[in-house]
Design a protein around this ligand. Structure first.
Ligand code: ZN
Length: 303
């Protein structure tokens, strides 16, 4: 792990897997943009913070995913820092029961065991129409990009550096991603289009890259997600249940599923693509002898 300077007082921790930006208020106090993954990154992040004598006074979060807010509760306890997050994301991680509503296909016990450490108290809730936030005297701009998660945001620091969280993925991730995650793909694609209007001097993608211009990256992300949806569409043969599609996708995408947890993750990822295809009327959903079955729409629209 190492620290990279981005611009002015905006830096990021390169955890290997992720860029975690932070804003340096002075030599000691920092505001983190997301807090990282607990299992694989906490130790390294903590060592780096201590080595530099940094004190975390605030955490401003893009969205409530395990690899982005995994150290919120831990760092809040250690540094007594304030936490800000979009209101809906804050609600999701406010209790195990609320996490279970989000991760609905897993039991409360499984959710508590796997995601329980994400539960944290949020001090400042960011509303849907809020376009800036002042944290510890520092002004950040907020750009709403729902879709990847219900209330995902991008955050711009006073140095005009935009942290895009998971609103976009890098070329490196695209190479290895079989079915990148979007909670509501149609909204996520709309948010990606909105990003063409975000004019900043630097952009940080969480997984992972720093860019001066993201125009091409946005276009390539949109085609990548749409292409993945097309690949899901291409496995649909006749009338299929969600499980039939899942089975066909695992085979066609060479996805191995060897645990209940992995099954839940893959099923959730696939559901977004199937719902998207259904929403844009490429496939339709019908009842068939008591089963819900998807089939290609007879006059499929070209998208
Ligand atoms: Zn995410």
């Amino acid at each position: 792990m190492e620290i990279k300077k981005i611009k002015g007082n905006t830096f990021c921790i390169d955890t290997g897997m992720t860029y975690l930006p932070f804003y340096k208020i002075n030599d000691e106090e920092i505001i983190m943009l997301d807090s990282g993954w607990a299992k694989g990154e906490r130790k390294g992040i903590e060592e780096l913070l201590e080595k530099n004598n940094f004190k975390v006074v605030g955490i401003l979060c893009s969205h409530a995913h395990i690899d982005h807010i995994g150290n919120n509760a831990y760092l809040k306890e250690k540094y007594h820092c304030v936490i800000a997050m979009p209101a809906y994301e804050a609600l999701v991680c406010s209790s195990n029961v609320n996490l279970k509503v989000y991760y609905s296909s897993q039991t409360l016990s499984d959710v508590t065991e796997r995601f329980g450490h994400m539960v944290c108290e949020t001090d400042m809730m960011i509303s849907e129409n809020q376009d800036r936030i002042c944290m510890c005297g520092i002004q950040f701009k907020i750009f709403h990009t729902p879709g990847h998660s219900p209330a995902h945001i991008c955050i711009t620091t006073p140095d005009d550096v935009a942290y895009l969280g998971d609103a976009l993925i890098s070329y490196e991730v695209m190479e290895g991603a079989k079915m990148p995650y979007a909670y509501i793909l149609r909204e996520d694609l709309k948010s990606k289009i909105k990003l063409y209007d975000l004019k900043c001097s630097k952009y940080v993608v969480a997984h992972k890259g720093i860019y001066n211009d993201i125009t091409e990256l946005i276009t390539d992300n949109i085609s990548f997600y749409k292409n993945r949806a097309e690949r899901v569409y291409s496995v649909i043969d006749g009338a299929m249940t969600m499980e039939d599609i899942l089975k066909a996708v695992m085979k066609s995408f060479h996805i191995q599923v060897n645990s209940r947890y992995r099954y839940a993750v893959i099923e959730r990822m696939l559901r977004s693509y199937v719902e998207y295809l259904n929403e844009i009327e490429r496939i339709e959903l019908k009842m068939d002898h008591g089963f819900l079955k998807y089939s290609k729409a007879p006059y499929s629209k070209l998208v």
